[in-house]
Design a protein around this ligand. Structure first.
Ligand code: HPA
Ligand code: ZN
Length: 328
């Protein structure tokens, strides 16, 4: 068995960021939208750097207008997940894009997404859960509206709050109100940090938002005290090596700190972030890690168990995931 055939748990995926380019092009065609600046000459997503990536992401997302569009997107995303051997996935969903932060509208989008996910689970066996994502560069006031949407729909399906967007904008602590609201509603917490923000942004995430997982977090490697803190607090990193390489954090998989973090005892997991944007898939991430670090089946099985333990789902779902991991 090749390591890329193993069953996989993915904790860090942006829903719109997983949209195949041909899916977005089809919607643009149907809606007569001009997305010529989103794609390169070969039809892939085109961007120069992280901030430009976020702009292209939002331009592509602009053709997703209705709950039905999001249902179609969900099916397209989960088809890819299943083809990559993903058995459980947590996806970042933004009420900012699904109804503009209005709770009633958000409920309609969510119902459509969940129905599509239920059907995909029945057909392909892949389980999906949602993490509501405030978009950092939309600011703390919008994040409160987003967190209210999350709190109002918290349950077995919306399981967490996780901030994305431009790490260069403001501080983690500016969003404490939104995270407190989500925590009080029973949601589990994660935030993007330690990608472009450096180690200080990870310290802020722990200290000011009290999150139990970190999106990326890889630049913690630059601060040994922080690495020790992540180990002591048993914080899980949602590591997306291919994303980091494409966005220029590291020149190659071999230069990526995931191996050193793991050796230091940090709980690391593997995800794709925005797979078609970063020309990757879960299979490719596994193959590249195996090649770069000599990781074998047992290493990936251990990583998937870590991911299952750090998943924000209910305990029945976690037991189902673990059983699938063990029996495949
Ligand atoms: N990082 C941060 N914010 C995002 C991303 C990402 O990869 N995708 C969509 N929003
Ligand atoms: Zn991300």
């Amino acid at each position: 068995m090749s390591v890329s055939d193993l069953p996989k748990v993915e904790l860090h995926l942006h829903h719109e960021g997983a949209a195949p380019p041909e899916f977005i092009r089809q919607l643009a065609f149907e809606k007569k939208a001009d997305l010529s600046r989103v794609f390169d000459e070969r039809g892939g997503y085109a961007f120069e750097n992280f901030v430009h990536f976020l702009q292209v992401y939002e331009a592509a997302t602009s053709v997703l207008k209705t709950p039905e569009d999001y249902a179609r997107l969900t099916r397209a995303v989960l088809e890819q997940s299943a083809a990559n051997g993903v058995i459980y996935c947590e996806t970042f969903l933004s009420p900012d894009f699904c109804g503009g932060g209005d709770v009633a509208a958000w409920r309609e989008y969510l119902a459509a997404i969940q129905e599509a996910a239920d059907r995909a689970e029945a057909e392909w066996g892949v389980i999906l859960r949602g993490i509501v994502t405030p978009v950092r560069h939309f600011g703390p006031e919008q994040a409160k509206r987003t967190a209210l949407c999350a709190a109002e729909t918290a349950g077995d399906w919306i399981v967490g709050l996780g901030m994305g967007g431009d790490e260069g904008k403001g501080h983690q602590g500016d969003f404490a109100y939104a995270f407190d609201m989500a925590r009080e509603a029973g949601l589990r917490l994660t935030t993007h940090a330690g990608e472009f923000g450096g180690p200080e942004s990870v310290w802020e995430a722990i200290r000011d938002l009290n999150v139990e997982r970190i999106g990326h977090g890889v630049r913690a490697i630059e601060d040994p005290k922080l690495v020790a803190e992540l180990v002591a607090r048993q914080i899980t990193l949602e590591v997306c090596p291919g994303s980091n390489v494409v966005l220029g954090l590291y020149p190659s998989f071999a230069a990526h700190p995931i191996q050193r973090l793991r050796e230091a005892g940090v709980r690391v997991t593997v995800s794709t972030d925005d797979p078609p944007f970063f020309h990757t898939t879960m299979r490719r991430e596994y193959d590249m890690l195996a090649e770069a670090f000599g990781w074998e089946e047992d290493d990936f099985r251990a990583i998937n168990l870590t991911a299952a333990e750090a998943a924000f789902c209910d305990e029945d779902t976690r037991a189902r995931i673990k059983k699938k991991l063990e029996s495949n």
